[in-house]
Design a protein around this ligand. Structure first.
Ligand code: GLC
Length: 451
């Protein structure tokens, strides 16, 4: 029998704070079981043939809302509290009876997402704690049978659809509650039961809520793709939801990669989505006051979009379902900016131009959008733009911006001292052909003094 050495770290795709906090995560697990063969890199996988088609809406959408909501929200100490504070299951599970989100919460999240300019939502259906936010025949540890007394996922699906947003489910494979959640790694009977349970829950999620747009797996500890029977898992998902897209956290490549808390573009045209918290916690954490500003959020969104990525930004609602005030404020500010500047984000093309100390860039066709986050006033300039500028205007006011261009720079002049837009002012620069930048050209060729 083939033995594979696995550590939990192997299974956590991201490098978030919660991962670092999971100090005990290096214990070695040696599965006794070898199941279906992992697919060779060249083996076609389910969904390979029509990936472009399935991903089209998502690529145009760019910006989504992540929602972490569960029993941990009632504790207010981050969604890893159960493991990070070593809370026994018998102490943790009864908290589910005290979880009473107000009806209509999901509608408020969906409205907020729409206002922020987001086009899709991804909500935790089951996080590592094992509690199911949805109606299931497979466990009583589920919202309708516990404190909420309702199907929180059903309500969420309706709310997202009512705002015209696409619907995604987050699903954690790792489970700290289920009796087989850890021993499945060393006991073949337990593995079979746990895989049946896991595939069963996913089957319900894919069958009971109409069309679902994204399935967002998380943490595959303690099994690998063989152990989870991930090939069969994805086949089932695509069979039940032929247009769905899935991420890469069930140990298969899936349709897109999931850099966590950092913006790192994929290469070779592979799709990617950065997921990020608004403070430092995914689930509600009362004392976490490390909120990002709307300027940071907008700059991050621009950085993702410039390199053809998506940005999935998280809210961690309070136990009553209300969204923490700082999140609401930041998302509204982002929404005001998106209402004016959104056309420079959605449907944008990859943008090669990137060099500036006070601006970042996106591109739509031959139009370069210069997003100035530190407004110097008077004029701004771009070095080494290899394309001729035809015209420029301030997106916020529509005013034309005069410019002068020579071989080495374009200088956009007569700008007001005070930034016309907040927190980032965008200038649309229409070029003769696709704008590209070559600052090496400037360094090498700009005449030196006296030459
Ligand atoms: C990590 C964390 C988890 C969070 C997720 C979001 O895997 O374990 O708490 O839900 O990242 O990407």
């Amino acid at each position: 029998m083939k033995k594979i050495e696995l550590t939990r770290r192997t299974f956590i795709s991201g490098t978030g704070a919660s991962l670092l906090a999971a100090g005990s995560g290096m214990r070695k697990i040696v599965p006794e079981v070898a199941v279906q063969q992992a697919p060779a890199a060249s083996t076609p996988l389910s969904g390979d043939s029509n990936r472009e088609e399935r991903m089209q809406w998502w690529k145009a959408a760019r910006f989504g809302m992540f929602i972490h909501f569960g029993v941990y929200s009632t504790i207010g100490r981050h969604e890893w509290v159960m493991e990070d504070e070593g809370v026994p299951v018998v102490e943790y599970a009864p908290r589910a009876a005290t979880f009473h989100p107000a009806p209509g919460s999901q509608r408020a999240w969906a409205r907020l997402a729409k206002q922020a300019g987001m086009k899709y939502m991804v909500m935790t259906s089951k996080h590592h704690e094992g509690f199911c936010n949805f109606n299931t025949k497979l466990t009583n540890y589920a919202a309708p049978k516990q404190g909420p007394g309702r199907d929180l996922i059903g309500e969420y699906v309706e709310a997202a659809r009512a705002e015209g947003l696409r619907v995604g489910f987050y699903y954690s494979l790792m489970d700290w509650h289920h009796p087989d959640g850890a021993r499945c790694a060393t006991d073949e009977d337990a593995r079979k039961r746990f895989v049946d349970y896991t595939h069963g829950l996913i089957h319900e999620l894919m069958s009971n809520y109409g069309k679902i747009d994204v399935l967002w797996y998380d943490v595959a500890w303690p099994l690998d793709a063989n152990g989870w029977e991930s090939v069969r898992m994805n086949e089932m998902v695509l069979h039940l939801q032929p247009e769905i897209i899935v991420n890469n956290r069930n140990q298969l490549p899936g349709d897109f990669s999931t850099p966590e808390q950092h913006i790192t573009a994929e290469t070779g045209g592979r799709a990617w989505e950065t997921c990020m918290t608004l403070n430092d916690s995914w689930g509600y954490q009362v004392a976490d006051d490390n909120w990002k500003t709307s300027k940071t959020v907008i700059r991050n969104l621009i950085s993702c979009v410039r390199d053809s990525g998506n940005y999935l930004l998280n809210i961690g609602p309070k136990p009553d379902g209300s969204v923490p005030d700082p999140s609401v404020r930041v998302l509204r500010e982002v929404g005001e900016w998106m209402a004016v500047n959104g056309h420079s984000i959605y449907n944008s093309d990859p943008c090669q131009v990137r060099r500036s100390n006070y601006a970042s860039f996106t591109r739509v066709g031959n139009t370069l959008y210069m997003h100035v986050h530190f407004w110097p006033g008077g004029y701004v300039a771009i070095s080494g733009l290899m394309t001729k500028v035809k015209s420029a205007k301030l997106v916020k006011t529509g005013e034309t911006v005069p410019f002068k261009q020579d071989d080495f720079r374009v200088r956009l002049t007569d700008l007001p001292m005070k930034a016309p837009d907040s927190p980032v002012t965008t200038i649309a620069i229409e070029c003769e052909s696709e704008p590209t930048q070559d600052t090496d050209y400037v360094r090498k060729n700009k005449p030196r003094i006296g030459v």
